[in-house]
Write a new protein. Structure first.
Length: 377
């Protein structure tokens, strides 16, 4: 096949989402520009209310990005500098950055073999007298076993702070990711299931005191202009991003269902390919497949073959936290987190997004089969 005629499948297709909403969003953006209403206002307030309602939460506080959301959630929940926060070894770097930025100490724990989510047994072994918080990351659009982690948190006096950036709309035993702990943080980075047209994030909680503190902290410690109660930062959800998120939120249940259908098709198409291990939802979960992560040998060679076949892939993530250059200072040797380390060598994210077609998925799987066999389709 000539390269120009080759079917190409991107890892994500954000442009397709924006094409679907453009007719509805454009007048809203023009109105915002006419009003010069760029910070706060009705769009932000409406999105915060609607997203809280969507999750079944009491409060949603829009902020500038997901990393700020994590830091503000930690500070709002009362975690203090010097205290320890347990995080999974195979998360995006922002989870650890947020802990360090507010002065706490990250403590890594391994993940379970089946779902690569924070392992409660590993968490229990990591608890010390200084443990103040546990951050389950709802990785890949799955929901971590928060109820088991909450039992550990109660015993050691810690709080559960969910990192729900990849799981907007996912549920566990009927409850939404982001409502299972004391407070949660999420990102609306454009590639997320609910993505903005730039950076944006939110903090979600049912606790009135935590919500008030997060609002204070995100606005220079101030409820009223030039009156500052605490030392805060500047991290606000802007009006244009709120308008984008409002427009997409109406479609999120449908888009998530399309992701589930795409995941089910991958499962069916790959069922007989023993060399490729496909993901499975945990009992009680309704996952939203932010990414579809398989495990296989010779990951890098297979990914290169797929790329030559027009299929884009990703690795989430190529190194556990303690193997990244930035965090080697933690002094944790290879072998400290064997499940996360082994997974980092094997995982490969296949294309998945609401607008992916059956033909595209069939091309992905055909290319994957050929790559695993050592050839090209």
């Amino acid at each position: 096949m000539h390269p120009a005629d080759q079917l190409r499948v991107p890892l994500v297709d954000i442009a397709a989402q924006h094409a679907e909403i453009e007719h509805e969003l454009a007048p809203q953006l023009q109105d915002i520009l006419r009003r010069a209403a760029f910070i706060g206002g009705k769009e932000v307030e409406l999105f915060e209310r609607q997203f809280a309602d969507f999750l079944g939460a009491r409060h949603c506080i829009g902020v500038g990005n997901g990393t700020d959301a994590l830091e503000l959630a930690l500070r709002g929940a009362g975690v203090r500098p010097g205290q320890e926060v347990i995080v999974p070894a195979n998360t995006f770097i922002a989870t650890v950055e947020a802990v360090v930025r507010m002065g706490a100490v990250p403590v890594l724990a391994d993940v379970d073999e089946e779902h690569l989510l924070l392992d409660p047994d590993a968490v229990a072994s990591s608890v010390t007298s200084r443990t103040a918080a546990i951050i389950p990351v709802h990785l890949f659009g799955q929901v971590a076993p928060v109820e088991r982690l909450a039992e550990i948190a109660v015993r050691c006096g810690a709080v559960i702070i969910e990192d729900a950036a990849q799981a907007q709309g996912a549920t566990r035993f009927g409850r939404s990711a982001g409502t299972l702990g004391h407070v949660a943080a999420t990102s609306f980075y454009p590639g997320k299931n609910l993505g903005a047209a730039g950076d944006a994030g939110a903090v979600i909680t049912d606790d009135d005191g935590t919500a008030r503190m997060v609002r204070l902290l995100s606005a220079h410690g101030s409820e009223r202009k030039y009156e500052h109660e605490v030392m805060g930062i500047n991290s606000r959800l802007d009006t244009i991003q709120a308008a984008v998120l409002l427009t997409k939120l109406k479609r999120l249940p449908e888009w998530n269902e399309h992701r589930r259908q795409a995941a089910a098709l991958y499962q069916a198409l790959l069922a007989d390919l023993g060399a490729v291990r496909t993901p499975r939802s945990a009992a009680g979960n309704s996952d939203v497949w932010h990414v579809f992560v398989v495990r296989l040998a010779e990951r890098d060679r297979v990914a290169a073959c797929l790329n030559e076949s027009g299929v884009s892939t990703g690795v989430h993530y190529p190194a556990p936290i303690h193997h990244t250059e930035a965090w080697r200072r933690l002094g944790l040797a290879s072998g400290s987190y064997p499940v996360a380390e082994a997974a980092a060598r094997q995982i490969l994210s296949l294309p998945i997004y609401p607008h992916i077609t059956v033909r595209q998925q069939e091309h992905v799987v055909a290319s994957l089969r050929a790559a695993v066999d050592g050839g090209q389709p």
